[in-house]
Every structure is written in structure tokens, then in C-alpha cells.
Design a protein around this ligand. Sequence first.
Ligand SMILES: C[S@@+](CC[C@H](N)C(=O)[O-])C[C@H]1O[C@@H](n2cnc3c(N)ncnc32)[C@H](O)[C@@H]1O
Length: 281
Amino acid sequence: MAEAGEHLEVNRAMWDERAPAHAASPDYMVERYVEDPSFVGDVVTFDRPRLGDIRGLTGVHLQCHIGTDTVSLSRLGARMVGLDFSSASISEARRLVERSGDDVTFVESDVYDAVDVLGGRRFDLVFTGIGALIWLPSIARWAEVVAQLLAPGGRLFLREGHPMLWSLGDARPDGLLVVEHPYFERPEPTVWDDPGTYVETDVELHQTVSHEWSHGLGETITALLDEGLRVTGFEEHDSVPWDPLPGYMEPHPDHPGELRLRDRPWRLPLTYTLQAVKPAG
Ligand SMILES: C[S@@+](CC[C@H](N)C(=O)[O-])C[C@H]1O[C@@H](n2cnc3c(N)ncnc32)[C@H](O)[C@@H]1O
């Protein structure tokens, strides 16, 4: 059985290598953030109706990667801190705000150490998602961190890949969607060896191994309830902001930057948005 630290190091090496390639990829639109100070990315735009007015809130974006969504939230008026364990991702995020002038702070830390590293600060908004939770072995430990980071009355906002999507095998020519990988959390990770990434890039990648964990919806919701949070919103979506099944997706007619299954898109939820509040008193 691999040690917890080994999972962390394997995944960190993978993300450190991808961060500069992602920052240079047209798909992350870094130049657009620099050139247009009012630009807000598609991922945050998708959820704007659910986010509501976040002006003046203090927020932390867990697993912020190169900071693009963190900057988008800041442009909607929240005072944001981004946190990620990949030093290369944090360097790219800091470079982005140095160039764009956005007032956002970035902190390098494992999610599980976030409470200590952030010095016990409490936030009105904890934001996370889009391929974040699969890098964490225990959803219960994550929920504990979220609960500790939230101020009384504060809100968790989570948009994530659906665990049913993570459970699928590769797309098949006959169009069948086959459940092949874990849906529920398991102690041992699923180990992948993939030379590619989810955005367009010419960079040749060498850190190809990653360790991932699925977390069922019930497990995620129960973990939050166990921490005393109140779930205030939960929606499943037929769209996803990356291409999970190459050759089998089409642009979503209603949501810029999102894809859906070309054939009978109503068969499968691809992502979800969950909101939960820490009771005030
Ligand atoms: C797919 S990215 C998050 C996506 C992000 N929403 C985006 O598209 O910009 C996953 C991020 O999680 C970070 N990560 C993975 N495991 C982590 C951990 N244990 N603690 C903190 N960050 C972690 C990686 O470094 C990477 O930046």
C-alpha cells in the first residue's frame, strides 16, 4: 500500500509540470485576463446565477491551480485568497495577478493543512471545484477543513465533476457508456498513466502518473452534514467545462465553454453544483 506522502508527491510532480503548460495554453485564456480587467472566465460565469452577489465577501479558493477562477471571483467583488499545493501553479497564479493588477493573494499549501497555513482565518465563501476533489483521499477530512475555514453564516460553493462521470471507462464506438472505475471512495487510489492533459498544449509531458479518488455524492453530502453544515443547494448538470470523452461531446447550446454528450445528453449528469452554509449561531 502506498503511503499518503507518496500520493501527494506523485500528484504534485504531475501538477507542477502541467502548470506552465496550462498557463501558456489558449484554453486557460491568461492573456484575456491580463488584457481585459473585466473578463470573468466561463466556469465562474456558468455559476453566476447561483453565486449571487458576492461583493465584499472574503473568500478562499481551494485548489486554485493557476488562479484564473480565483481572479474571476475577485472581479465579481469578493476579496479572494487562492490556495494550492503546487508551487508551479502558485507561481503562475502570482504572475497572472502581477500582470493583471488584480488584488488576490495566493498561498502554497496542501488542502489538509489549509487551516493552519491560513492562520485560523475564517471566510464568508469557500469555493472549490472543477477537478479538485479527485486529488484528495478522504472527503471527510476535506469537509472538516471546509467547516473550519468557514465563518459562522459562511457558504461553501462547490462545482465538481460528477462521480458517475469519473466512474466511466473510455468512450466506445457503439456509444455505450460503461461503468468501469470506482464511484465510491476507496482507501487505495486509482492510478493513471496519461501523457496528455485536458487543455490544448504542444508541451511534451513527462510526469504522467497520477493518483485519484472518487467520492460518491452521498459521501460528499454526508461529510458536510457531519460537520454541521446545512446543504442549501444541489444541482446536477448535463454539461462539463472540459472534454471528458473525446469525440463524443458537442458544445452545449446554452452554456459557452461547456460541452455535453452529443448522443442523448440526458443519459448522464456530468457535473454538479453544491452549496452549503455553516449555521450562524
Ligand atoms: C484541475 S486543477 C483545479 C482546477 C481549477 N478549478 C482550474 O481549472 O483552474 C486541480 C488542482 O488541485 C491541486 N491539488 C491537488 N491536490 C492538492 C492538495 N492535496 N492540496 C492542494 N492542492 C491540490 C493541483 O495542484 C491543481 O492545481
